[in-house]
Design a protein around this ligand. Sequence first.
Ligand SMILES: [Zn+2]
Length: 102
Amino acid sequence: MNPTPPSESGSLTPAAIGELVLDTTPWLSCDECFERMDTHVEALLRDPGHHDLAMDRHLQGCAACQEEVQSLRALLTSEGTARRGDHGPEAGSADQPGPLTR
Ligand SMILES: [Zn+2]
């Protein structure tokens, strides 16, 4: 029994490496998760079979984002129609980072 290695070094194509990377790191940061959350939840509501691997993975390991998804989902389902432009109570120069100019 002498298992031969399936591939010597040098036969790894960039595409193969890309697949490996995609497979092993679908993990999102919470910021990225939040950015996609609206879209993700809307897609879930439209299509219960919807899966976003990266989102799913993150939500499995992140209780905070999971709660956020659930509350967002409850919000969207209770309102019936998703209202757009509802992200900030005060759109404008409410939060301007940085020190005062004077
Ligand atoms: Zn998170």
